[in-house]
Design a protein around this ligand. Sequence first.
Ligand code: ATP
Ligand code: MG
Length: 220
Amino acid sequence: MIAVKEINKTYRQGSVTRPVLSLVSLQVEKGEFVAIQGPSGSGKSTLLNLIAGLDAVDSGSIEINGCLMSGFNEQQRTLFRRRHIGFVFQFFSLIPTLTVAENIALSLELNHLTAGMNARVEELLDNIGLLERRSSFPDQLSGGEQQRVAVARAIVHKPALVLADEPTGNLDIENEAIVLRLLAELKQQYSSTLLVATHSDDVAARADRVLQLYGLAEGR
Ligand SMILES: Nc1ncnc2c1ncn2[C@@H]1O[C@H](COP(=O)(O)OP(=O)(O)OP(=O)(O)O)[C@@H](O)[C@H]1O
Ligand SMILES: [Mg+2]
């Protein structure tokens, strides 16, 4: 499902260069739930962003379902991501001008999956305990509530691949369990592949496999 081969990524700001990923390779099979752990700053978000095509690798290759993401241009990556990937951003990235329900519905609308859309959105809202907040705007929600909406938005179109960046980082145990259950259902019912960056040992314990990312040494 995912084949990452020897990717490198260095951030550059003016004369400052910050190598983050050096020759990172990994393979994830269809339907697998893989957790990525590692210290803050080790590059977990960077890796997920690259796999999602939100950013481009310096070198190396990324294949998803046999498609060479690293060979796509930005528009091709966007179209591929919209259809096949659900992404949970570490800092939610909900659209501030859309209501909770509209944020969740957006992935369905963009994919022209509007038949039964309202029922699907309401089902998810109910699952995450936010049905009465459907008309609220993101800035009227707590961090944990926004995070649950971000998860719902990522899974609403039943994507083949969910890339989730700390999807439970702001949640209490009860809501962490809800998010894990939603992800597990997606995996069970649609054989979706899950790649989840997490500091939570509870989340990692639920994964089929845990990958460890080590930060590159300081003083590089
Ligand atoms: N756009 C950017 N420009 C420059 N440096 C960046 C950029 N994004 C991330 N970095 C740096 O890259 C390194 C890896 O960041 P990243 O966000 O991938 O870490 P992480 O493992 O997700 O950390 P955390 O657990 O805190 O979320 C950090 O040192 C960070 O400061
Ligand atoms: Mg991160």
